[in-house]
Write a protein that binds this ligand. Sequence first.
Ligand code: BYC
Length: 322
Amino acid sequence: MTMTTTPSEEELHERFEDTIAKDRRIEPRDWVPEGYRRTMIRQIAQHAHSEIIGMQPEGNWITRAPSLRRKAILLAKVQDEAGHGLYLYSAAETLGADRDDLTDKLITGRQKYSSIFNYPTSTFADVGVIGWLVDGAAICNQVPLCRSSYGPYARAMIRICKEESFHQRQGYELLMTMMRGTPEQREMVQDATNRFWWPSLMMFGPPDDDSPNTAQSMAWKVKRHTNDELRQRFVDMTVPQAEALGVTLPDPDLAWNAERGHYDFGRIDWSELKQVISGGGPCNAERVARRRHAHEDGAWVREAAAAHARKNRERERKEAVA
Ligand code: BYC
């Protein structure tokens, strides 16, 4: 007869550390320390909320897209973002998070979402610049997350990155088209670039020496690179794209540093990031209020779906008994 013994907390800890050290994935069935669970839920929930809130700035232009082609592209992109949000909420659920609770935290301002979505989209060029810079920054940040230690998050990220890459290209293609247009169109692209450049750099989070979560998240292989490393990678990747497009990035200190093999760039206004993260950005109140109204308007759909599921369960139970 074989005896099964319950592993001690110490053994569970060792197994967890061993999985991380061997670069294997942590799966929902695995024991994890409470801090790891909290960190993953926090990051995945913030990421999911960003996708859902991120539908608003571009969604603002669906009814005013300049052609049927641009409207169809934009509709598809915004729909993809809803899909990303849903995969991510599902990944958070595998860690024991409750979806309703996460939504409640978003609409009552108790959980964060990316700072970038708190800026207005004032012209159609913003749609292109969001694709180019915002999705470009998202790709830089998310490609390494495909190797994140939590399996369901890492796998969700593979599909999300493929779609983000398509989004980035549609933005760049839209801007190329506008740059071949009238002087007014070129000016719109330059103006949108001026407004979105610095907020895009802030998407990567605070500088490493002011990032409370980075050290632990790197040790757990949740994050594979620091905020500053990814920000630098984004700048290096984007400068030649701006040159090819014919726009000027709004930073007089931007210059190639042959010694470092990277572009140097100017000082980021971290007080702006702090203000936007803490709810004081130009559109925070509007974005959260809109999400809250959409949630309230959708209450009848959730009630109907729950009633339908209940009826199905009852029918299945009766059929099983008969
Ligand atoms: N905005 O210690 P740190 C998209 C928070 S959506 C707001 O460095 P961490 C798209 C941070 O959460 C892409 N908050 O944190 C969608 C932390 O908060 P708490 C969204 C920020 O986690 C639609 C505190 O500041 N991408 O692509 O190690 C249309 C201290 O920071 C921000 C993701 O969510 C910020 N910018 O690193 C188009 C990627 N930066 O909870 C496009 C996944 C920092 O400790 N997330 N904070 O109070 C990550 O990679 C990491 O969570 C971060 C921050 C790099 C963002």
